[in-house]
Design a protein around this ligand. Structure first.
Ligand SMILES: C[S@@+](CC[C@H](N)C(=O)[O-])C[C@H]1O[C@@H](n2cnc3c(N)ncnc32)[C@H](O)[C@@H]1O
Length: 244
């Protein structure tokens, strides 16, 4: 996997998510001890507080982040975008069950070339998606482009931990050995759940991601760490004077 480049890697990722789509929600709950729902709710608050209008959720998967956005009074409607149709197909009945079907629409598309005009949304969120992107700076620039001035780009992601302390070592041990084992036992897909830890360890640290967001033209970028530092929520604002 590590040696795959560009479009080959994108094809690998979308096939993998298509394969695990039916077990994806369950696996998320098992891997995070059920915490992923609370993390998205926190990220949602950070994305929309004080704003009002349409929201975009990039790499929406089965839609959980989009549904949290839709439940917020500030949000008038949500577009969930993903390049794996099989994931979004599972989102439609979920949206119905959760009473947000009228507010959420799903669109097939690639984060590296968002099919929306500039300044279309109050926020663009991405949950556990950004580390799969083949060109993170480009995807961040795209998210910044489609957000209105004063709007926010928000990422919820597993970040690389470089520390030598016991917690960082424990997190690495968990990702390297426990995650693939659970993946093979529960999802029947050891390969996919070996990719997950590899992609997290090969991804940016929290300060590196904050820097990438600033380089994409966002400002006042902050981040908050969760899950003993393994997960981070990053928030960046598009400058009110449009410089993106
Ligand atoms: C781990 S899932 C995250 C789903 C959801 N955001 C969540 O919070 O559970 C990652 C999703 O990113 C999507 N994805 C990865 N790269 C993408 C890209 N370049 N453009 C659009 N979607 C992408 C995958 O298809 C997959 O559905």
């Amino acid at each position: 996997m590590a040696q795959l480049k560009g479009h080959e890697r994108a094809r690998y990722v979308t096939r993998m998510f298509a394969r695990i789509s039916r077990r994806y929600d369950l696996m998320n709950s098992v891997m995070s001890g059920g915490r992923h729902y609370a993390w998205r709710r926190t990220a949602t608050t950070m994305a929309v507080e004080g704003l009002r209008g349409r929201a975009l959720d990039v790499a929406t998967g089965t839609g959980d982040f989009a549904f949290d956005l839709a439940r917020r009074p500030e949000v008038t409607s949500v577009v969930g975008l993903d390049f794996t149709r099989e994931m979004m197909e599972l989102g439609l009945p979920k949206a119905q069950r959760q009473g947000v079907r009228q507010l959420v629409s799903f669109t097939e598309g690639d984060a590296h070339g968002l099919p929306f005009p500039d300044n279309s949304f109050i926020c663009a969120t991405v949950g556990f998606g950004i580390r799969n992107f083949i060109d993170v700076p480009r995807a961040l620039s795209e998210m910044a482009r489609v957000v209105e001035p004063g709007g926010r780009v928000v990422s919820l992601e597993i970040v690389r931990q470089d520390g030598r302390g016991p917690i960082s070592r424990l997190a690495r041990f968990h990702f390297r050995y426990i995650t693939p084992w659970i993946g093979s036992a529960l999802a029947g897909d050891r390969e996919a759940y070996t990719y997950l830890p590899q992609s997290a360890q090969g991804f940016m640290s929290a300060p590196e991601l904050a820097e990438a967001m600033e380089e994409a033209g966002l400002e006042a970028t902050t981040y908050r760490k969760l899950a003993l530092g393994a997960v981070a929520i990053h928030v960046g604002m598009k400058p009110r004077r449009n410089t993106c």
